[in-house]
Design a protein around this ligand. Structure first.
Ligand SMILES: Cc1cc2nc3c(=O)[nH]c(=O)nc-3n(C[C@H](O)[C@H](O)[C@H](O)COP(=O)(O)O)c2cc1C
Ligand SMILES: CCCCCCC(=O)C(=O)O
Length: 381
């Protein structure tokens, strides 16, 4: 992929009227800048987690329990970050996670991450609750790697309609988690139609309404939310979804090895170990802690991806060493979006690529494919 650091771009200056200003570099700096530019509601929405935030914190802490044990005297002059997923090659070992309702962070909404992902050849997983419809987002992505995340609705006809393009289903969100920041801020963007791009444009959904969503946004949004509160979703529904598409189907939100086996037995093509960034079940296991047992259970049959807590190149390498084929990036790119729109997302992603490549090289590995369990040690429980 790159030789002697050609790929390492760290364009950390942005120009403006007052001359060159420093763009953030670390995750923490992006987060702080996002805190400054966003109102309390949207910032609390992305920053916040469920309950006391214990699972969110556990996601981050889990990465500290493992340390990289580098090899030396290895030729790392040529470096390759490529991974393979479902017959396609992806230039870096990460994807952009589905994150809903991007208009609350920046007016470019989902177009910004979609364009950056398409330019860099990275898969972008469009959220079911995106502000813009998937057709609009597909338009700017062309033939790039487009994935779609589905919150399976109660209604099968609506499920089928959405599924015609669906390639990943999230199962840890049959109900909205107890989110204290959003409760305190009385903030739920969806009631004003934000994040409803895919529902409002769906012919099956529109038929369920007695008036067009544009005429009564709140009523239509409530109807969509009611569809999404799918507490009777079971493995039978997974089988139904499997029957609807021959496209690769992944389940996002698995942390238990027995669920991973059930998913594979129901014909899914991949697993995403995720706890939704600690936003759903507070007290749940950290995903890096869950990853080894899920990998052990199904990793030889299907690719196992993971997310929740990935902030730096070192985190990516640790997750890959513990069995992940690739990881998903969540909050970091949203902070980039909030701070500087498309160029903010691009900068976050480019920094992450540069850092991952450096980390890999200094670990003594010339390619992601060479990263295995022996590269990390668990140093504490
Ligand atoms: C603001 C926000 C919105 C999200 N929206 C969705 C969504 O629409 N669908 C989904 O499957 N996951 C959603 N997630 C979860 C992410 O896909 C991902 O699992 C999570 O952000 C990973 O954790 P991290 O941000 O701590 O890395 C959302 C997360 C955030 C922060
Ligand atoms: C209540 C509507 C669904 C919101 C989904 C967005 C999401 O996944 C999140 O974590 O927030």
């Amino acid at each position: 992929m790159s030789k002697s650091g050609e790929n390492i771009q760290m364009d950390i200056y942005e120009s403006g009227d007052e001359g060159a200003k420093l763009l953030p570099v670390s995750f923490e700096e992006w987060e702080e800048r996002a805190r400054k530019v966003l109102a309390a509601g949207p910032f609390g929405y992305v920053y916040g987690a469920a309950g006391a935030g214990d699972t969110h914190q556990a996601n981050l802490d889990a990465f500290k329990k493992y340390q990289i044990r580098p090899r030396v005297c290895c030729d790392v002059s040529n470096r390759n970050l490529q991974v393979h997923l479902f017959g396609q090659s992806v230039p870096v070992p990460f994807l952009l996670a589905p994150i809903g309702v991007n208009s609350i962070f920046h007016s470019d909404a989902e177009l910004a991450p979609a364009k950056v992902a398409a330019d860099l050849g990275i898969p972008y997983i469009l959220s079911n609750v995106s502000t813009l419809s998937l057709e609009k987002v597909a338009e700017v992505m062309g033939d790039a790697l487009r994935w779609f995340q589905l919150y399976p609705p109660k209604d099968h006809e609506l499920t089928k309609s959405l599924i015609q393009r669906a390639e990943a289903a999230t199962v840890d969100f049959t109900l909205l988690g107890w989110r204290e920041k959003d409760l305190r801020n009385a903030y739920l963007p969806f009631l004003s139609g934000e994040g409803m791009g895919n529902y409002f444009s769906d012919p099956v959904f529109r038929q369920k309404l007695d008036e067009p969503p544009e005429k009564n946004v709140k009523k239509a949004s409530l109807k969509a939310l009611e569809e999404g509160n799918n507490t009777c979703f079971t493995w039978k529904e997974v089988a139904f979804i499997r029957e609807q598409t021959r496209l690769p189907l992944l389940i996002k939100g698995i942390t238990h090895p027995e669920d991973a086996k059930l998913a594979v037995n129901h014909g899914v093509d991949g697993i995403i170990v995720s706890n939704h960034g600690g936003r759903q079940l507070d007290g749940a296991i950290a995903t890096l802690d869950a990853l080894p047992s899920v990998y052990e259970a199904v990793g030889r049959e299907v690719p196992v991806l993971m997310d929740s807590g990935i902030r730096r190149g070192a985190d990516i390498i640790k997750a890959i060493a513990l069995g992940a084929t690739a990881v998903l990036i969540g909050r970091p790119y949203i902070y980039g979006l909030a701070v500087a729109g498309e160029s903010g997302v691009r900068q976050v992603i480019q920094n992450l690529i540069a850092e991952t490549e450096l980390q890999l090289a200094i670990s003594g590995k010339s390619s992601i494919q060479k990263v295995d369990r022996s590269l990390v040690m668990k140093v504490r429980d």
